[in-house]
Design a protein around this ligand. Sequence first.
Ligand code: PHE
Length: 342
Amino acid sequence: MKERIEAISKELEQLKADSVAAAEELRIRFLGKKGEVTQLFEEFRTIAPEYKKEFGRRLNELKNLATARIEEIKAAAEEANNSASASKTDLTVPGDPMNLGSRHPVSIARKDILDIFNRLGYTVAEGPEIEDDYHVFEALNFPVDHPAREMQDTFFISSGINPILLRTHTSSVQVRSMEKMELPIRVVCPGRVFRNEAISARAHCIFHQVEGLYIDQNVTFADMKQAILMFAKEMFGPETQIRMRPSYFPFTEPSAEVDVSCNICKGKGCNICKGTGWLEILGCGMVDPNVLEASGIDSKKYSGFAFGMGVERIAMLKWQVKDLRNYFENDLRFLKEFEANL
Ligand code: PHE
């Protein structure tokens, strides 16, 4: 028995297998039910008791050796197998198509708006989304009891003398621009704004605005009208007309709301423009002298105009998006419709 154990050990040391199946055969040959090692265990039962201790130990060692060696051989065969199949990879097989992302319609519209005003000499100014009452309301001539300052319209973060809140418009960035920029000022202020509104097809509690501000000597209402007309034609097409309706904002005087001729029915009247031929796109006005003075600008020497628009609204009118909620749902079928507008 001693010789057999030694012979098997020697053989095990030199074993090799060139496939996983061959390694499995080796396992059966040594460790299977009728395997060589298993047989030795059978014979062990008949051995004289005084040898049992020694041979028991040797046999166990042999079994451990056999198990370890065969595992090793199997792993080596598996690895050889894997690298062989790797080299068989057909490099000419076409790859899986890669789905390219595209820009979100709100980003496309925002960029279009900013590009148009950049061409008119406006630079981009940005400011914080979390603001104080001073920059969102007070410096903009909002009276203390103005409804926008109520909890149901504005998200407040703190209360007190100058509460912290989420800005409800990017006019706050215009205030910050007036505080720190040299005159003349010509800025467009894009950004997210927040209003405490119920979410519907036409309203959301978060949306994007681009507001603009131009301050210089002798800036007139006619300059404002011309800038907005140029913007409307660039955005909605060269035949676009605008009309201005008197309106009210605390920070501008006089103020107006601007409509563009409906780009779908060309002004004839359809269900998008509700038969009027006009679509409202923005609010604007001549900056109220109180607002200029609050930011330290001499209102006798300087005048200016401001305007503000909702980016989602412009995108809705341009691409006939019917429900504002589409912008926030990340439905690929919706987003893919804008691939061509990159
Ligand atoms: N800030 C106004 C709003 O959010 C828009 C606006 C800007 C109106 C500038 C007039 C002038 O509704």
